[in-house]
Design a protein around this ligand. Structure first.
Ligand SMILES: Cc1cc2nc3c(=O)[nH]c(=O)nc-3n(C[C@H](O)[C@H](O)[C@H](O)COP(=O)(O)OP(=O)(O)OC[C@H]3O[C@@H](n4cnc5c(N)ncnc54)[C@H](O)[C@@H]3O)c2cc1C
Ligand code: FES
Length: 359
């Protein structure tokens, strides 16, 4: 009898494990769950992961620049019905009215059966692209242009100003980068990537990324894009790698024959931070409607700089008249954008005509 005791115990343990697995499959994290998307589409998912990961496993991509670490605030989504309380990690990114409306961070909310999710239709068109790095160009000591040729799918439609996410090869970190290329070229995209000291993704891109490397891109995303239906004069303001989406916007305006007046302010510290100066000076010669105003806040003596000197806010102020009929596109650091918006407001721009991406 005692000879069989270990076998009996093992059998009972196996039976209990089997029952637990079955119960988990039926009622627990592995159970199938139905998500109701935009009121009418039912999506059957499994697992106990976050809304962000679960949807991306099902080829629905909510933007994220931090890969789900609750540090970018980009992954907002709208829930209806049984909305969970806000977590402390979500609070810095949500206004009171967003919380009341049922907006949450999709990387902080786990999927639940019968969960009702509303996503803007534009998001449902974002895809995952397999690409290959075909060009890397050093634009300044800390900014590189990287071209990704799209392999599968082999083309992308994007609005100039939008961004894509990149799963940085080798380290699998996800980051967002604005598209800097001409939207008319749909077989590749270009990004202008500035080295952030100790930054994971940018250190990899600047020190290790090679032509021929494969990369996964996701997108396109974003509400920062050229409003083509408008005929308002345009003010563009950029700093650092914020030149990326503005470059794409200008490619498009050039293709349209520069139908609107455009003043483009680019703020940098000294000459070593300037890039694409020739490109935009040429554009200025070609189109009287376009004016490029690079401004240096602290030029070196050796720079021999003859252009505008001062903070970009002061230069913007000096060159702006009444902006009540204008439209503005700003891209750069949060500090620069906030300060420039104050100047635009002083010149009577309408809040609804100001578009920006802060990073
Ligand atoms: C919509 C959108 C578009 C973007 N487009 C571009 C683009 O076109 N070009 C571009 O270079 N970047 C762009 N970014 C920023 C980019 O997504 C990364 O945040 C940035 O490249 C840093 O990544 P990292 O992994 O190297 O640094 P991380 O490892 O994430 O950060 C390292 C440290 O640096 C700090 N840090 C992070 N970002 C910055 C920053 N920009 N400046 C100073 N300190 C920082 C972090 O707080 C952290 O302490 C964009 C971001 C968003 C949200
Ligand atoms: S993915 Fe960055 S906050 Fe959610």
């Amino acid at each position: 009898m005692y000879v069989f005791l270990p076998l009996i115990i093992l059998g009972v343990l196996l039976l209990i494990t089997g029952i637990l697995i079955l119960l988990d499959y039926i009622f627990g994290g592995s159970a199938e769950k139905t998500i109701i998307l935009n009121g009418d589409t039912e999506l059957v998912v499994t697992g106990d992961d976050t809304v962000l990961s679960t949807l991306s496993q099902n080829q629905i991509f909510i933007p994220s620049a931090c890969g789900g670490k609750a540090t970018c605030g980009l992954c907002k989504f709208h829930m209806e019905g049984d909305v969970p309380p806000v977590k402390p990690t979500e609070e810095p990114f949500l206004t009171n009215s967003e919380i009341e409306e049922g907006i949450r961070l999709s990387c902080q909310v786990k999927v639940k059966d019968k969960m009702k999710i509303l996503l803007p239709p534009g998001l449902l068109t974002a895809k995952e692209f397999h690409s290959e790095v075909t060009e890397i160009e050093e634009l300044t000591y800390d900014i590189k242009r990287v071209r990704f040729e799209l392999k599968s799918p082999n083309h992308v439609e994007f609005k100039p100003g939008q961004f894509m996410q990149i799963k940085v090869p080798g380290i699998d970190v996800i980051r967002a980068y604005s598209l800097a290329s001409d939207p008319a070229h749909t077989d590749y995209v270009e990004m202008l990537i500035r080295l952030v000291p100790k930054g994971q993704a940018t250190t990899y891109v600047h020190k290790a990324l090679q032509v021929g490397d494969k990369a996964i891109l996701i997108g396109p995303f974003g509400e920062f894009y050229l409003r083509e239906a408008s005929d308002r004069p345009i003010v563009c303001i950029a700093g650092g790698s914020g030149k990326a989406p503005i470059r794409s916007i200008l490619f498009r305006l050039k293709a349209l024959g520069m139908p609107r007046k455009v003043k483009y302010f680019f703020g940098a510290k000294s000459v070593k931070d300037l890039y694409y100066t020739e490109e935009f000076m040429e554009l200025q010669k070609e189109f009287p409607n376009f004016e490029y105003i690079p401004a240096l806040s602290a030029p070196d003596e050796s720079d021999n700089w003859k252009g505008e000197v001062g903070l970009i806010t002061d230069v913007l102020d000096r060159h702006s008249g009444d902006l009540s009929g204008a439209e503005a596109y700003l891209c750069g650091s949060p500090g620069m954008i906030n300060a420039c918006i104050n100047v635009l407001n002083k010149h009577q721009i309408k809040t609804e005509n100001v578009y920006y991406d802060k990073f």
